[in-house]
Design a protein around this ligand. Sequence first.
Ligand SMILES: [Zn+2]
Ligand SMILES: [Zn+2]
Length: 335
Amino acid sequence: MDAIAAVQVLSEIGYLLRQNPNEVYRARAFSAAAWTVALERPNLDALFKDNKLTSIEGVGEGIAKVLVGLIETGHSTYLERLRAETGQPARDDESSIDLGAYQGDLHSHTDWSDGRATMLEMARGAKALGYKYLGVTDHSPRIKVVNGLDAERLLAQSREREQVEQEIDGLALLQGIEVDILEDGSLDLPDAVLELLDIVIASPHVKLRQEPSAMTERMMRAVSNPNVDVIGHPTGRRPGSREGATYDFEQVFREAARHGVALEIDCDPARMDLSPEHARLALELGCTFALDADAHAPAEFAYVPMGAWMARRAGIPMDRILNFKPLEVLTMTAK
Ligand SMILES: [Zn+2]
Ligand SMILES: [Zn+2]
């Protein structure tokens, strides 16, 4: 049993459990175990043979039982039961995602805003995973609690980027921003600043409970901005604790497709946004996607294998996902 295949099963179980308020703790336990397996990639068959699956940190008897089922049969009856109970059964038109072809993550944070690691540490983490590029996308000024970056600090950050890039061979750092989508759909930095950046991720963070019609206008304006490359965690939801924004998804996704703006599947287990259902709708409307960890520390890059099942479930082929494209293609696609 391939560790990454097991990660995706444990992670999906965590996701489905999150939808039941009584299962919050169990959900977190499955997500945490998935994360450990994603980071450590243990030899599950060997551990099973030695009856040592519970030696994996965070794997108790219950989770070990799921792993045993996976190793013995290749599937999880527990997952199948949860899928049936939550009305989200497997579909026969799922895509296959080869994470070995993953070229780089477009959305990450450093200690320039609310990340917990330096740019150099993040770059080393990305390089260790074999990434060819990493989007350094800290927050914009409006997010004051996290020390968001204005034009002046972005310029200072660009100098550090050059230094780090020289130090880490073979990894391109894309200088970017995660710019806040303000209530009226304008962005938290002027176009003159955004157009200088390699990558602009525009994300809704506050006032997510706006009237759907106002929220639709807000998102329509954001996807129409020619400097925007990706819409980050497009609903802002937190499964199990916060419902995301509601808007005319069809209208906004159609507009995103028209402008070549990618929609993110944010793989942070606390977000998992877009949901597989919304991602499927976006796929049908012609959108492209970004499959990102939104990492705030190097260990969080492992969120990508934890979230990849969502893209698979939505039926998204790899050629619609920016992260599988080489840097040259990516920079040509970026506006
Ligand atoms: Zn964000
Ligand atoms: Zn972020």
